[in-house]
Design a protein around this ligand. Structure first.
Ligand SMILES: Cc1cc2nc3c(=O)[nH]c(=O)nc-3n(C[C@H](O)[C@H](O)[C@H](O)COP(=O)(O)OP(=O)(O)OC[C@H]3O[C@@H](n4cnc5c(N)ncnc54)[C@H](O)[C@@H]3O)c2cc1C
Length: 422
């Protein structure tokens, strides 16, 4: 490929774009207690009006980045990608992180999970209609999988899709839908044949979140914010062209999304909380006079060592991908390691701070940690609970036998005997 820049040339190209369009962050290596931002929240707590402004800023930046050729670096050219190898894609985020750019988390689900599923399973019409717009930030996507009776056991979902000529009619309820309030499209998995076993009668679709019959209601979480929703579908019409994969083959569509979800959560950093910087915790211990306590020192070291172990394990997985190999068990334990590390940290901080973590005295770096403590349980559930991840490691990595069940052979409608159906 004569036009392919070398990685070094590409780095120069990215840096020139960032220099021209964003302000560099001040590199502050020495952490000082009481200075700067003490926000360590895992979930955004902004109100929905303020969020709209943030989304608009994020979209503006995303469009600028896309128009400069950095919106979908490894994506196919026909959908606005640069068709460069994965290594070029991996170069960009580290360089952008050195600059002050608007919060890009609104695109995490759409680009991390929904777009790769569209690329793998959608019709050419849907790929044409959405992929470029998604990577340019013109539209945002969400994931409509979980239901009140189907979370870990996703294949038990009951939202129905019934065929009506060239359209499908969707009726049912989804829940815990992150970002539905600012999304334009959603990837939804529906039941299309209850006479088949539960994994076999599902079909995936791309649904317009602004279509008549879609109702989005916020759900408040214990951190105080409302970053997710319940979404009701009342006879929502979806064109057959918006089907993902074949009819009744929705389970493999869902698996494409879930694999991308787990990889992106697990290998995500805890950098936003400043946890990568152990000094924040060490300085807290010093400030509250417990830095010489041997038990505290041991627990602090434990937190640090475990973050390092995860970092190197993730690095090993990334190196395998770079070398063109398939990542192995590292990916299965990535999410578990992250949540265990966050939990260990939150408990350590709670013990050091004592009542300061629950009583807001206005003191810097104390009450703010409550947001982490209250947010970790959500992380332990989102994208596959810890218990479910352990089952996966047990069965697929360690080769332990699967739990026996009747689910794989029995018609879904017969599994519902005695339960309410919609
Ligand atoms: C922050 C956050 C964001 C989310 N965003 C989205 C989103 O955008 N879209 C979406 O579709 N969903 C989303 N979810 C939902 C999430 O995928 C589900 O909460 C998750 O799959 C668990 O399902 P559940 O809540 O129904 O719990 P359940 O599946 O009912 O689990 C209850 C408990 O039982 C345990 N358990 C269940 N099955 C087993 C088993 N086989 N073996 C051992 N233990 C088991 C679980 O570990 C858990 O402790 C989000 C959740 C959170 C917390």
């Amino acid at each position: 490929m004569p036009d392919t820049p070398t990685l070094e040339e590409f780095r120069t190209e990215i840096t020139a774009f960032l220099d021209a369009n964003a302000e560099p962050k001040v590199v502050d290596t020495a952490f000082e207690w009481g200075k700067g931002d003490d926000d360590v929240a895992l979930f955004e707590e902004v109100d929905r009006e303020a969020e709209k402004v943030e989304v608009a800023k994020a979209q503006e930046w995303r469009a600028k980045r896309f128009d400069a050729g950095f919106g979908w670096i490894s994506g196919p050219e026909e959908y606005g990608g640069r068709a460069l190898p994965g290594a070029y894609d991996r170069l960009y985020p580290g360089l952008e992180a050195r600059y002050k750019v608007p919060n890009q988390s609104f695109f995490g689900i759409g680009l991390g999970m929904v777009a790769p599923t569209i690329l793998a399973h959608a019709t050419p019409e849907v790929k044409d209609a959405y992929l470029r717009k998604m990577y340019r930030g013109d539209i945002v996507g969400c994931q409509l999988f979980s239901e009140p009776g189907a979370g870990s056991d996703l294949a038990s979902l009951q939202t129905k899709a019934e065929r009506d000529g060239d359209e499908w009619i969707l009726t049912g309820q989804k829940v815990w839908t992150s970002g539905a309030q600012y999304s334009d499209i959603g990837e939804i998995i529906c039941r299309t044949d209850a006479d088949l076993p539960k994994h076999k009668g599902l079909t995936g679709f791309v649904v317009d979140m602004h279509a008549p019959g879609v109702e989005i209601r916020p759900l408040r979480q214990m951190t105080g914010g409302a970053s997710f929703n319940e979404v009701f579908f009342t006879e929502v019409r979806v064109p057959d062209s918006h089907r993902l994969g074949d009819v009744n083959q929705g389970w493999s569509v869902a698996l494409t999304t879930l694999m991308n979800e787990r990889a992106s959560i697990g290998t995500g950093t805890a950098g936003g909380m400043g946890l990568a910087n152990i000094s924040r915790l060490a300085e807290m211990c010093r400030y509250f006079g417990v830095i010489d306590d041997p038990i505290v020192r041991q627990r602090l070291a434990d937190v640090y060592i475990n973050f390092q172990v995860s970092k190197f394990t993730n690095q090993r997985a990334m190196d395998k991908i770079k070398a063109g190999q398939l990542p192995g068990p590292e990916m299965s334990i990535a999410k578990l390691s992250l949540t265990n590390n966050l939990w260990r940290t939150a408990n350590f901080v709670a013990d050091v701070l004592g009542p300061r973590i629950i009583a807001n005295t206005g003191e810097w770096g104390t009450y703010a940690w409550g947001q982490l403590l209250l947010g970790v349980p959500g992380m332990k559930v989102a994208g596959g609970t810890d218990e479910v991840m352990k089952n996966i490691v047990g069965e697929r990595v360690l080769g332990l036998p699967k739990e026996p069940g009747i689910d794989s052979k029995t018609a879904f409608k017969d599994l519902l005997v005695g339960t309410q159906t919609n």
